[in-house]
Design a protein around this ligand. Structure first.
Ligand code: NDP
Ligand SMILES: CC(C)CCC[C@@H](C)[C@H]1CC=C2C3=C(CC[C@@]21C)[C@@]1(C)CC[C@H](O)C[C@@H]1CC3
Length: 408
């Protein structure tokens, strides 16, 4: 039937269409496979941020390895006759099974948190209201031995599941129409690049709000295990049932949009990560003099002049804060206060454009993601204001726009 986002669905599926023991088994097998890959030796073990009790947790950095091994296993499976193209037919029961799994898993996490010491609890999610706490998550880093549930779920099963669903849709399209369409190739390619990048730079997830601040409850478990794979693949799902003619000139233009988005997204994230790891890295070193006066007034902690000898490329300006950490105020982080969100949004648009402009459904991700990032930016802004005080106000004065220059 016609894809529609506005108005009620043409019919609501009954329980018999949602529930399938095979789908649940497949879902659990998938989680088991990803858990096994998580436990394999990692090229690196990274330390997380300092916790309340001054300790730091250790995390295996082997997400990209898990992606490559999954691709090899799926390749072997397909050449041995695994019917990957049957997956699209099972998406509804699979999404239901993933939601059920996330629900039961969150219940267990809630119960586990009852035994956790106070220092292990998240800043939010411990209000005493059962439903609220179940939703937000009580424990910050629930673990059994060294297996970290939140870190495991955050990227691997959902993001790798997403590109696997995309691939299954591409194969089914090829079976239906002789070969995959150009639009389907673009959507698969763009999203694989995004997922590959997230796993290649997996360590960056250790500094996100999700890991540092948020508890692990139903919201994140559902988001990671069910929402991401089944809604982020909507464009490829749409293309299977609504083939879109796409010529090379337009395809090239869309590739350019995705490349611009990726360039900004990766540039901004890498600039901040490099700076946070080593503030005197030659690629980002530098400091802004005007805050010296404020420092004398006791408002800011000014840390001295830059190190010109180390500066191989033009310095980026930074401002010091009372916490001892500095804020970048030029380069990508001098254009808007969240350049990485801007790049991410441009990419989101490029993922929808291959689906044409006559349906709203392929733009669902772009619209939802805009709302998510505006909300996320607002939360982050409040936390930074609290953490950095006057220095944050100065940053906002210097860089007045949040995500889109001259617009927002
Ligand atoms: N596809 C998806 O569903 C989603 C994708 N994302 C993407 O993930 C990436 C990470 O996002 P997220 O974790 O929200 O936030 P950010 O990576 O933007 O991190 C925000 C933190 O960066 C630091 N910071 C802010 N301004 C500066 C500055 N000028 N100089 C130095 N440090 C600064 C602050 O922390 P501190 O000072 O403590 O270091 C702040 O709390 C983004 O690219 C985002 O688009 C995020 C959510 C969902
Ligand atoms: C709760 C919501 C409904 C859904 C949230 C899902 C998210 C937790 C993940 C979806 C894509 C993500 C990416 C990252 C973290 C997990 C989420 C946010 C990264 C930010 C990790 C850091 C990398 O540098 C980029 C990643 C992009 C995708």
């Amino acid at each position: 039937g016609p894809a529609r986002l506005l108005g009620p669905p043409p019919y609501l599926p009954g329980l018999e269409e949602l529930w399938s023991p095979w789908a649940l088994l497949l879902c659990l097998t998938w989680l088991g496979l990803q858990a096994a890959l998580y436990l394999l030796p990692a090229r690196k073990v990274a330390e997380g941020q300092e916790l309340k009790d001054k300790s730091r947790l250790r995390y295996p950095i082997n997400g990209f390895q898990a992606l490559v091994l999954t691709a090899l296993l799926v390749g072997l499976g397909v050449s041995a006759g695994l019917p990957l193209s049957a997956l699209p037919e099972m998406l509804l029961p699979l999404a239901f099974a993933a939601t059920l799994t996330a629900f039961i898993f969150s219940l267990l996490l809630y119960l586990k948190a009852l035994l956790a010491p106070a220092s292990a609890l998240a800043p939010g999610g411990n209000s005493g209201n059962l439903i609220y706490d179940f939703f937000l998550g009580r424990e910050l880093n629930p673990r059994i031995c060294s297996f970290d549930f939140k870190y495991f779920c955050e990227l691997r099963p959902g993001l790798i599941g997403w590109v696997l669903i995309n691939l299954a849709l591409l194969i089914q399209e090829a079976e239906l129409r002789g070969s995959p369409s150009l639009a389907m190739w673009l959507v698969n390619g763009f999203q694989l690049l995004y997922v590959g990048d997230a796993l290649w730079y997996e360590e960056a997830v250790l500094t996100t709000m999700d890991i540092i601040h948020d508890g692990f409850g139903f919201m994140l478990a559902f988001g990671d295990l069910a929402w991401v794979p089944f809604t982020y693949s909507l464009q490829a799902q749409f293309l299977l049932y609504h083939p879109q003619p796409l010529g090379w000139p337009l395809a090239s233009f869309i590739c350019l949009i995705n490349a611009v988005g990726y360039y900004i997204f990766r540039g901004a994230n890498s600039q901040k990560n490099t700076f946070r790891k080593n503030p005197s890295d030659p690629r980002v070193a530098g400091e802004l003099g005007f805050l010296g006066a404020m420092s004398e007034m006791g408002q800011l902690d000014f840390q001295g002049s830059p190190h010109p000898a180390m500066c191989l490329s033009p310095d980026l300006e930074t401002i010091s804060t009372a916490t001892g950490r500095r804020l970048l105020v030029s380069g990508w982080w001098g254009m808007v206060r969240h350049p990485n969100y801007l790049g991410d949004l441009i990419m989101a648009l490029a993922w929808s454009l291959p689906c044409g402009v006559f349906h709203l459904l392929p733009y669902f991700y772009f619209l939802y993601f805009t709302a998510l990032l505006v909300h996320r930016e607002d939360r982050d802004e409040r936390q930074c204001r609290q953490k950095y005080g006057l220095a944050w106000h100065e940053y906002c004065r210097r860089v007045p726009y949040r995500i889109v220059p001259y617009v927002y």
